[in-house]
Ligand binder design. Structure first.
Ligand SMILES: NC(=O)c1ccc[n+]([C@@H]2O[C@H](COP(=O)([O-])OP(=O)(O)OC[C@H]3O[C@@H](n4cnc5c(N)ncnc54)[C@H](OP(=O)(O)O)[C@@H]3O)[C@@H](O)[C@H]2O)c1
Length: 338
C-alpha cells in the first residue's frame, strides 16, 4: 500500500494531541510524519507509536519536504498565513480553524454528510466548527428524507472547546481561582457567550453554526437560528435541536432513519433514563442522538438531543476522516485528480 508524508501543525494543543491518538488508532498509511507548533514548543519531544519526535517551529520552510497531507490546528492566524504556503508546495491542508470555512473556493467537509466536496479542493479543505459537525451528522439523513424548513439550535458546550486554557479555567475555577480564558467564572455557571459578539446580537459561534450548516447541507437560504452556551462540562458538546420539516413524518420511521445513518448511535429510552450524556460520549467518535420526540407546537416538527465529543468528532476525528477519504481518492484516481 502506498504511504504518505504527514505534518501535524499545532501538535501540542488540545486538538493536535488528539490528532496523534486518532492517527494511531486508525493506522493511516504514514511514511514520514513531522510535528510542528510555535517557538514555545520547538525542541520538545512528542511520541507517536512509541517513537520520539522533536517538535519543530512552524515556519515558511516547514513544507519544503514533499509533505502530502498537513493537519492544521494552530488557530486561524497561523492557518491564514501557512496553509496557502503549504498548498503552494503540493501539500493538501485539512484545516481545523475558522480561517477558510466560509471561503467559496474551499470545501467544508463532514465525511458522513458531503464527502463528494473533497473532490474540488485546491489544496485546502476546511473542517467545520465542532458544534456544527455533530449537528449536521444528525440532520443530513433527515434533510434527505423530509426536507428541513427551519432549525433552532441551543447548545451546551464543553470547556475543552476553548482549548487547553478553557479546560484549565474549569479545573482552577472548581478550586476557587479566577478565570483567565473566559470573561466570567465557568465553575457553577453557564455563559451565553462563545466567541465574540457581532453587530446583529448573535455571537460568532452562533453565526458559524448558521452559515456552516447551510454550506455543508448545500442550502444557502435555510432558516436557522442558534444560541450557544458554554457550560461547566470538561468534554463533549450537547445540543438541543428543534427541526421543522416541509414533509410529514412518522416518528418511528424518523428514528429508524437515524439508527441506520452513518456515524450515529441512537440512545433513546427515556423511561429507563437512557439518553446521550457527555460523561458517556467523551472519548467516542460517534454522534449520539436521543430524546427524539415530536414538537407538538408545529405541524411537522421534531426535537433532538445530540451529544458528541467535541475534540474527537468535533475536530480531530473529523479531520483524520477527511484525510482517510483523500487517501482513498488518491488510491483510486491518482493524486493529481483528487
Ligand atoms: N477545542 C476544540 O473543541 C476545537 C474544535 C474544533 C476546532 N478547533 C480549532 O482548532 C485550533 C486549535 O484549537 P485547540 O483547542 O487545540 O487550541 P490549543 O489547545 O490552545 O492549542 C493551540 C496549538 O496551536 C499552536 N500554535 C498557536 N500559535 C501558533 C503559531 N503561531 N505557530 C505555530 N503553532 C501555533 C500551539 O503551539 P504551542 O503549544 O507551541 O503554543 C498549540 O499546539 C483552533 O483554531 C480552534 O478554533 C478547536
Amino acid at each position: 500500500m502506498k504511504k504518505f508524508d504527514f505534518a501535524i501543525v499545532g501538535a501540542t494543543g488540545m486538538v493536535g494531541r488528539t490528532f496523534i491518538k486518532v492517527l494511531e488508532e486508525r493506522n493511516l498509511p504514514i511514511n514520514k510524519i513531522y510535528f510542528l507548533a510555535s517557538s514555545r514548543s520547538a525542541g520538545k519531544k512528542i511520541s507517536f507509536f512509541d517513537k520520539e519526535y522533536t517538535i519543530e517551529e512552524l515556519s515558511e520552510k516547514s513544507f519544503d519536504k514533499n509533505i502530502d497531507i498537513a493537519l492544521f490546528s494552530a488557530g486561524a492566524a497561523a492557518s491564514k498565513k501557512f496553509a496557502p504556503i503549504a498548498a503552494s508546495k503540493g501539500c493538501v491542508v485539512v484545516d481545523n480553524s475558522s480561517a477558510w470555512r466560509m471561503d467559496s473556493q474551499i470545501p467544508l467537509v463532514v465525511p458522513e454528510v458531503n464527502p463528494q466536496d473533497i473532490k474540488w479542493h485546491n489544496g485546502i479543505i476546511a473542517n467545520p466548527n465542532c458544534s456544527t459537525i455533530q449537528a449536521v451528522v444528525a440532520l443530513k439523513p433527515l434533510q434527505d428524507e423530509y426536507t428541513i424548513k427551519r432549525i433552532v439550535y441551543s447548545t451546551y458546550q464543553a470547556v475543552s472547546g476553548a482549548g487547553l486554557q478553557g479546560y484549565k479555567d474549569l479545573e482552577n475555577g472548581i478550586k476557587g481561582e479566577a478565570p483567565k480564558k473566559f470573561p466570567h467564572p465557568i465553575a457553577g455557571n453557564c455563559l451565553p457567550h462563545i466567541d465574540v459578539f457581532l453587530p446583529n446580537g448573535y455571537t460568532k459561534e452562533e453565526m458559524k453554526m448558521v452559515n456552516e450548516t447551510r454550506k455543508i447541507l448545500g442550502v444557502p437560504d435555510m432558516k436557522i437560528t442558534a444560541t450557544t452556551v458554554r457550560v461547566p462540562v470538561f468534554d463533549s458538546h450537547s445540543e438541543s435541536i428543534n427541526v421543522e420539516f416541509e414533509k410529514q413524518f412518522d416518528l418511528d420511521g424518523l428514528k429508524g432513519i437515524l439508527k441506520n445513518a452513518p456515524g450515529i448511535i441512537v440512545k433513546d429510552d427515556p423511561g429507563s433514563s437512557v439518553y446521550p450524556m457527555p460523561v458517556d460520549t467523551a472519548g467516542r467518535d460517534e454522534t449520539f442522538v436521543g430524546r427524539i420526540r415530536r414538537d407538538e407546537s408545529v405541524e411537522n416538527g421534531v426535537n433532538l438531543w445530540v451529544v458528541a465529543d467535541n475534540i474527537r468528532k468535533g475536530a480531530a476525528t473529523n479531520t483524520v476522516q477527511i484525510a482517510q477519504e483523500l487517501i482513498k481518492m488518491w488510491n483510486a484516481y491518482g493524486k493529481s485528480k483528487s
